[in-house]
Design a protein. Structure first.
Ligand SMILES: [Fe+2]
Ligand SMILES: [Fe+2]
Length: 173
């Protein structure tokens, strides 16, 4: 019997026999999923100045990475890479809107027409690796600097997700 689950990171719902291993929308691991009737909505509350600035920085990272992956999707040499890049683009776009929600600002516009990527998959995989490594490094610092429970949870989850993304390009360029 299917049930409805809810992701504590992106707050999207999921319908299935069991919770997914990874959120199909934001990539959060299964420990962030709860049956929807057990879900308790909490507000992030007042953000410290430092967390606000770090979230604004993270929002920029996610928008830039989403636009890069949409570009890489269009330039992909084969269906497998196009499928991977498109999914990465959508996950990063979900991260951007999750962060915007926490900042209580409008969901960002993600351009699908940027030409800021390379023309072949090997170079885009290399750039993907650099972008994910950079995101992880920044989010580790943002996690350490956060005092708010919800901000800590978000950066902890994002680090795990970006590490998953990093592993996709490992040994491929
Ligand atoms: Fe999610
Ligand atoms: Fe991300």
């Amino acid at each position: 019997m299917v049930k409805v689950y809810k992701c504590m990171i992106c707050e999207e719902g999921y319908i299935g026999d069991a919770k997914p291993t990874h959120c199909p929308f934001c990539g959060a691991h299964d420990n962030y999923f709860v049956p929807v009737d057990k879900y308790v909505a909490t507000d992030v509350g007042e953000l410290s100045e430092l967390s606000k600035n770090n979230l604004i920085g993270a929002l920029d990272v996610e928008i830039s990475n989403a636009e890069f992956y949409f570009c890489a999707t269009k330039k992909a040499d084969n269906l497998a890479d196009a499928t991977m890049f498109k999914r990465l683009a959508k996950v990063e776009a979900e991260h951007a809107s999750t962060i915007a929600k926490m900042l209580k600002v409008a969901s960002p516009v993600i351009s699908r027409d940027k030409t800021t990527c390379n023309i072949n998959d090997a170079d885009n995989l290399k750039e993907s690796h650099e972008r994910e490594a950079n995101a992880i490094e920044r989010y580790v610092r943002f996690l350490n600097e956060a005092v708010e429970v919800k901000v800590k949870m978000l950066f902890k989850a994002l680090i795990e997700i970006e590490k998953d993304h990093l592993s996709l390009s490992e040994g491929r360029f």
